[in-house]
Design a protein around this ligand. Structure first.
Ligand code: SAM
Length: 223
């Protein structure tokens, strides 16, 4: 059995009961950074486990070894450093191959930063467009320009290194919609959680003030 286990995005209290039970009983935990997974297990008082690191660039050979072990009947959990595996995080390749092989898979759902941001944004979230991380180069300009026509609430991830630049680019691309609402969710569920509500017009000011460290989700009102 392969168990897909979501883990907290910052607050340990958000771990689910099923996640603890599953991580405690599996033979091995497939994770991104073994130190992050190790720390989580220590905090949760989960008995010592085998950790298998897996990233988007992990070789097919390594995935094959894991699949064979699962096929033989071992139980493994797949986690990412934070949030839900496969959501802008590794996991997809392993899960799709496990499905092809007829390996039993279960999901232990839990936190995901984009869902938390959507729900706190106050913007309609019945329908939304999730974009993960925006492309850094190819297609970036065209994609941001297309936001001017987007009929769904837009949500995407941004790193501290690029947040200022992205907010400036948004303010330029959407300059004809100065009142359009933008919500920037920073460090959700953590000590310095902050939700900044602004408009396209207010973006340059917000961009200048965002100097702190953190992880960000940007939510943009639909047209
Ligand atoms: N799989 C994760 C999930 O389900 O949310 C997302 C992983 S992605 C590599 C990491 C990005 O998620 C960060 O760069 C940031 O944009 C966003 N993120 C993660 N934790 C966050 C938090 N506590 N507050 C705001 N954004 C967060």
């Amino acid at each position: 059995m392969l168990s897909i286990v979501s883990t907290p995005i910052g607050n340990l209290g958000d771990i689910t009961k099923r996640a603890i039970e599953t991580l405690s009983k599996v033979d091995a935990i497939i994770c991104e950074d073994t130190r992050v997974a190790g720390k989580l297990c220590t905090q949760l008082e989960i008995p010592k486990k085998e950790f298998i690191s897996m990233h988007s660039y992990t070789s097919d050979q390594k995935i094959e070894i894991v699949l064979r072990r699962l096929k033989k009947g071992e139980n493994m959990a797949v986690t990412s450093d934070a949030g839900t595996p496969g959501i802008s995080d590794p996991g997809f390749k392993l899960i799709s191959r496990a499905r092809e092989r007829g390996i039993e898979i279960e999901v232990i759902p839990g936190p995901s930063a984009f869902l938390a941001a959507l729900s706190i944004s106050g913007l309609p979230a019945n329908q939304f467009l999730y974009l993960g991380f925006l492309p850094v180069k190819k297609g970036r300009k065209r994609l941001i320009k297309s936001f001017a026509e987007e009929k769904h609430t837009i949500v995407f991830y941004e790193s501290v290194h690029r947040i200022e630049k992205t907010l400036i680019e948004l303010s330029e691309a959407l300059s004809e919609q100065p009142d359009r609402k933008i919500v920037i969710a920073r460090e959700l569920t953590k000590l310095h959680e902050e939700v900044i509500e602004t408009t396209v017009e207010g973006l340059p000011t917000v961009a200048k003030e965002i100097t702190n460290k953190g992880e960000f989700v940007v939510v943009i009102e639909a047209v």
